[in-house]
Design a protein around this ligand. Sequence first.
Ligand SMILES: Cc1cc2nc3c(=O)[nH]c(=O)nc-3n(C[C@H](O)[C@H](O)[C@H](O)COP(=O)(O)O)c2cc1C
Length: 196
Amino acid sequence: MRKNFLLILIIIIITIGFLFIKVNAENNTDLKKGAIMPERKILIAYYSYSGNTKYIAEKIQKITKGDLFEIKTVKTYPKNYNEVVEEAKKEKNNDYRPELQSKVENINEYNIVFIGTPVWWYTMAPAVKSFISENDLKGKIIIPFCTHGGGGASSTFIDMAKLLPYSKVLKGIEIYERGNASTDKDINIWIENLDI
Ligand SMILES: Cc1cc2nc3c(=O)[nH]c(=O)nc-3n(C[C@H](O)[C@H](O)[C@H](O)COP(=O)(O)O)c2cc1C
């Protein structure tokens, strides 16, 4: 009789303990899903004249699973390299912002925006300046990336941050043209270290 009573008591204690652990575990998962960590919604917006920045943007998309948006100008730049270089120089000197084909319709939904550009005359391409002035990026996390022809990012990231005083601009990555054998690894490490 006494033995049976003890056995039942032990079973009850084990059952209560099990239920307690289960409820706690479920509550923790709920917190992780929403209450503490805000949902990340990522946009990767980029301008690319000859495909290098597009190539890198697509790599970033594969890692982050964000949405891609190609910044396109209404007027097209000349195909001839020397001509586009000359035109871009004039645009830079006049702080010209070309008209874009479209805006991101649901920009409010994104809290993290990667912005990619080729380096044009030591800074971002004019189309990227247009993108920044046409889309409300206030309060968002901005992550710049650029491709260049050997001169590095130059003033690209500094100039971009100046245009985004109300955003949190994180460390950018600069890639020579389409990169090399270690570029995939470099991009992965860069994104990991952003801690987003
Ligand atoms: C108009 C123009 C200006 C450029 N200016 C620079 C520059 O200042 N520094 C540099 O390293 N590369 C410069 N480049 C090279 C590009 O940054 C490089 O080729 C880039 O990867 C091109 O990217 P895209 O293919 O996405 O257009 C320039 C290219 C063009 C067309």
